[in-house]
Design a protein around this ligand. Sequence first.
Ligand SMILES: Nc1nc2c(c(=O)[nH]1)N[C@H]1C(S)=C(S)[C@@H](COP(=O)(O)O)O[C@H]1N2
Ligand SMILES: [Mo]
Length: 420
Amino acid sequence: MTDRWGEAAAGNGLLHRRALLTGGVLAAGAGAAGAAGAQVIGDGSPATMKTPGATFSGYGQPSKWRADIQRPFAPAPGRPGTGSSRTPLHLLEGTITPAGLHFERHHNGVPQIDPAQHRLTIHGLVRRPLVFTLDALLQYPMETSCRFVECAGNSGGMTAATPTQATAGALHGLVSNSEWTGVRLSTLLDEAGVQPGADWVLAEGADAAGMSRSAPLAKAMQDAMIALYQNGEPIRPEQGFPMRLLLPGFQGNANVKWLRRLKVTKGPTYTKDETSRYSELMPDGKARIFMLEMGVKSVITRPSFGLSMRGPGVYEISGLAWSGAGRIAKVEVSADGGKSWAQAALEGPVLPKALTRFRLPWRWSGGPAVLLSRATDEARERQPTRDAWLAQYAPGQGYHYNAINAWGVGADGAVAHVYA
Ligand SMILES: Nc1nc2c(c(=O)[nH]1)N[C@H]1C(S)=C(S)[C@@H](COP(=O)(O)O)O[C@H]1N2
Ligand SMILES: [Mo]
């Protein structure tokens, strides 16, 4: 079929991404009788035009009509501060995660840290051990970058034998993306003077879990940051106030929050957090340790489970893609379960180690469809199929899940989680 949307780009109604530029306003369900996205303008003025509005507030809050946009979480009985809450990816747009919706992963609660009392110590294999107050750190040159943080356990539920019927946020929401500002770690390490032979750094948090992780010194010198600000405001307590280690593209766990100590070492420290957890069991029974970089990944957020279709018509398929290796090079979308693919439009600027938004128009005929997205990064790594991913590990191993995800659209417009 050819109309203002142009030729199909792949099977089952996928349109060319150029249509996003030339197609004009895209209303979900437009074209179907009674399902128009926009309404004709009426002449009565709304009540809000007749009385003055509310007053000012010191710190703004989301609209009361969108109080449904929450981080889902289930506190562990007896250990309320241990576990995670997730970013509701399916209810958000763009790429920046509002600070209040950044996913949380705490191993023993959120410590309340008085910034005036907090110290960051750099010691170990350095010529000059240093102790920084927050005020001292704020004197250093700072830089800003957008970076995702993703828990290695994100999407771990995808190893279940049957697909869990849950939202994109509940399944894949242990990833968030912020604009972080802080001091380059290399600036501080250069001042401390790393001794020859040192090749790893131990980072320790000031929380009740005493969470600590080792990272290669090369990463610390390459693009690591002591993050002090998140989306322009001081980093939230849940994200590590007054400071966290940011290791762009590395598994969330290594991004130590409430950072109090960095020890320069020869070799990794093998802390409890990197030996009992965050290592992967392989098919031969050996565990792999220090697989720190997150793989290339994508998820369609709209349509997705919980967001039904409103009748046949042209819809925008939209989602998020990211890679710990750098920039996203392309995202392909399929509407026929992987038989044919069309390339989605990437919204720029496409930043390294940050979430990238992709979009593609789709003419839904009203028949069954299986929607997939498959991302490739600039290192030419491409997301594996679920079967290929599972074959890499011992059964039940759930860290670093980055396989192709699928949503099934039924003839009634309901969207289900399916395996493809
Ligand atoms: N000190 C400390 N740092 C920590 C944790 C923690 O419990 N304590 N959790 C880690 C884990 S497992 C992840 S996935 C990320 C989560 O960061 P977020 O809560 O800001 O999303 O922080 C990491 N850093
Ligand atoms: Mo994590």
